[in-house]
Design a protein around this ligand. Structure first.
Ligand code: FE
Length: 246
């Protein structure tokens, strides 16, 4: 079969040129990918505008970027997931967080999902249900549970950022903002009857260490377990130092 300039354009006599089916599919896939990249790039700018310099360091735009990286890593294990839905949901999942931290709204997940429904069509996203559900369901402590693979991937990526070295840093910066006691040897986790932990240290035992059990995907659970081991080693060392042993 003759070709022109190494391409797949097939000369067809005086009827002009025809593109092979394979080439047509390739071109339309490239066009779709370019469209997705452009939509996500403009959505990213809008999402970012919700986070000003006042945003809490524990829930700022850098947190969104880390969740994005984690979601990308999880997506490699789930090629059937709708990447566009996951990426859009990651960008929008915490847009309400600064407002919740300022006391202007009560639930950033619910508020974020409502905003997402308005924002997404402006950026060329015609179907919004999957993205809005993922945003609505990403919150650890409130209903609903994620019921799609994409929502599960967002939830897992978000919770992974609360574990490991980054999770330790975020936990203390957030506790500091709230003015919580760092650690109290007279209030060990075993005697702490509060839900969230009476000290920042105890919060790890009340919430953070259980995060691997709340993972929805195997890939998320594997990374979470590794990160939990790091947190456990840190907490052991912390207690040894408080006891003057190291
Ligand atoms: Fe988040």
């Amino acid at each position: 079969m003759p070709s022109i300039g190494g391409s797949h354009i097939i000369p067809s006599g005086h009827f002009g040129t025809f593109i092979s089916q394979t080439e047509r599919l390739k071109r339309s896939a490239t066009k779709l990918a370019a469209r997705m990249t452009a939509q996500l790039a403009s959505l990213r700018e809008t999402a970012r505008s919700y986070f000003d310099e006042e945003a809490s360091p524990a829930h700022d735009w850098q947190h969104v970027r880390r969740v994005e990286t984690l979601a990308e890593r999880l997506l490699t294990d789930y090629p059937d997931a709708d990447e566009r839905v996951v990426r859009a949901a990651v960008l929008l999942h915490d847009i309400g967080r600064p407002r919740e931290d300022r006391g202007e709204i009560s639930d950033h997940a619910e508020w974020g999902a409502q905003q997402a429904r308005e924002i997404l069509p402006e950026h060329g996203f015609d179907s919004t249900d999957g993205i809005c559900h993922a945003v609505r369901a990403h919150r650890y402590s409130t209903a609903p549970e994620p019921d799609t693979l994409e929502a599960k991937l967002l939830s897992d990526a978000d919770n992974l950022d609360a574990l490991g070295a980054v999770g330790i840093a975020r936990c203390f910066t957030y506790g500091g903002e709230l003015g919580e006691v760092l650690h109290d040897p007279d209030c060990p986790p075993s005697a702490d009857e509060t839900t969230d932990g009476a000290t920042q240290f105890n919060h790890f035992y009340k919430k953070i260490l259980s995060l691997p059990d709340r993972m929805y995907t195997d890939a998320g659970r594997e990374i979470a377990t590794d990160r939990r081991h790091y947190v456990e080693a840190f907490l052991d060392r912390f207690e040894q130092e408080v006891a003057g042993e190291r």
